[in-house]
Design a protein around this ligand. Structure first.
Ligand code: PEP
Ligand code: MG
Length: 437
């Protein structure tokens, strides 16, 4: 047992320039662990609450109340506890806040503390965090398959296009390094095409290009062109992945695509997306319908679940019980794991375990508001077998997370890359098997 000696909160600043919570846990041995809470812009209504001060200062985003939770409530309960008992520490935190969405302490206070405890335990064991995670949870580490944004949209780009993330994945790569190389080529090819056509308006919140397209389909067409211009055959080594983030443009089964001034019901949205799946090499799609549209999600999964990865983000909010319910209802076949949606490491790992049990894929994910914190690179590698979504291929809060994985590659060996395994059950996996035969 190594006891926690102190838990300290600190105000730091995120990639959008907003304040956020950093927590530093120091042990009796002198080992230190530190973590920073990220912040979402397109948030699920059932995720842990990011506690903010409100008012006019700092645009209402001050974190004095969340820092007070750390200093006044969380720290006194954790000092003296065994740092290696992550589940016990997280249970203690949960016992301090019985509200359903952690609004009393703030999910930003709880997640930074919970992750800092994990970091401190790893530091005390003199191990990189990913190795500590694998030892602690009995998992087999592997380098994840990245999902990388090329264009930002939705809440991350002034709603310039309705769809939030136009991404690529490189399941046909044999190393993590190769994914980075291919992504560099596709990212800049996309920028060149957009600049040439006057469609490039800047860089969105997660580092992807901020597009000025006339339709959501134009974004898809351009992405296919960019993949080709990069010397790839779309759907071969590289596939398209989308985060529709439909809760951002629809409620109770009614959706409105502002860019095209089109209103539709859930059935029409499902039909439209089904058309995209036929026309473009899309092998993964996130939140195709809103968080409050279980019929739409079940219908979409019934039609396409055997062909593409269908990820629940706002729909499942990193909640193990919601994953179990979705599996029983035939909705989704994968879950996004955002540690701050759950609010603690233990609940996030429980969701990861519930996903494995349900046969769901798991994509560990950053938020649109991020920092230099690279905990999620370690978590996804340590837990193994998964995927990692951290935004685009520029801006250091994103690149820090990809670069950290390259360091793990040196320790684990290039062969530890999962490659296309997470997409094996999709049309891409079947095609790939046929190509290999
Ligand atoms: C997402 O929706 O997957 C995402 C990363 O965005 P945000 O952090 O704004 O929820
Ligand atoms: Mg999402």
């Amino acid at each position: 047992m190594t006891a926690i000696a102190s838990v300290k909160g600190r105000r730091v600043w995120d990639s959008r320039g907003h304040p956020t919570v950093e927590v530093e846990v120091t042990l009796e041995t002198g080992a230190v662990g530190r973590a920073i809470a990220p912040a979402g812009a397109s948030r699920g209504t059932r995720e842990a609450i990011d506690l903010r001060d409100g008012g006019t200062a700092l645009r209402g985003k001050g974190v004095a109340r969340a820092l007070a939770s750390v200093t006044d409530t969380i720290a006194p309960a954790l000092v003296g506890r065994d740092v290696t008992d992550q589940a016990g520490a997280d249970a203690t935190i949960l016992g301090l806040d019985t509200s359903p969405l952690k609004e009393t302490l703030g999910g930003n206070a709880t997640v930074a503390t919970s992750l800092a405890i994990l970091h401190a335990a790893a530091a005390d064991a003199r191990q990189p965090l990913w190795r500590h995670v694998a030892n602690h949870y009995g998992t087999t580490p592997s380098l994840p398959l990245p999902e990388i944004q090329i264009f930002g949209g939705g809440a991350h780009a002034g709603r310039r296009v309705d769809i939030q993330d136009f991404m690529i994945m490189v399941p046909g790569a044999t190393t993590f390094d190769e994914v980075m190389e291919v992504t560099n080529e596709v990212y800049f090819a996309a920028g060149d095409i957009m600049a040439r056509r006057g469609k490039l308006a800047g860089v969105a919140d997660e580092g992807g290009w901020w597009p000025s397209f006339d339709s959501n389909e134009e974004a898809l067409e351009t992405l296919v062109e960019a993949i080709s211009l990069a010397g790839e055959t779309p759907g071969d080594r590289v596939i398209i992945s989308l985060d529709i983030a439909a809760s951002e443009f629809g409620k109770q089964g009614r959706y409105r695509l502002a860019l095209e001034d089109r209103e539709m019901d859930s059935g029409q949205l499902v039909d439209m997306l089904g058309g995209w799946l036929k026309s473009y090499p899309i092998a993964s799609i996130e939140d195709p319908v809103g968080e409050d549209d279980p019929e739409g999600m079940a219908e979409f999964t019934r039609r396409h679940g055997a062909d593409v990865q269908i990820i629940g983000d706002d729909y499942l909010v990193t909640n193990a019980r919601l994953v179990e319910e979705a599996a029983a209802a035939g909705a989704c076949n994968a879950v996004l794991i955002k540690v701050n949606q759950a609010g603690t490491v233990t609940e996030s790992v429980q969701t990861f375990e519930a996903a494995a049990k349900a046969g769901f894929g798991a994509v560990v994910s950053a938020r649109s508001g991020e920092t230099e914190d690279v905990s999620i690179s370690h978590l996804s590698t340590g837990l193994g077998g998964g995927q990692l979504k951290v935004g685009s291929f520029t801006r250091s809060e994103r690149m820090a997370k990809w670069n950290e994985c390259l360091r793990f590659q040196d320790d684990l060996g290039a062969g530890a890359f999962v490659g296309g395994a997470p997409l094996a059950a999709t049309w891409w996996g079947r095609k790939n098997k046929e190509d290999a035969a």
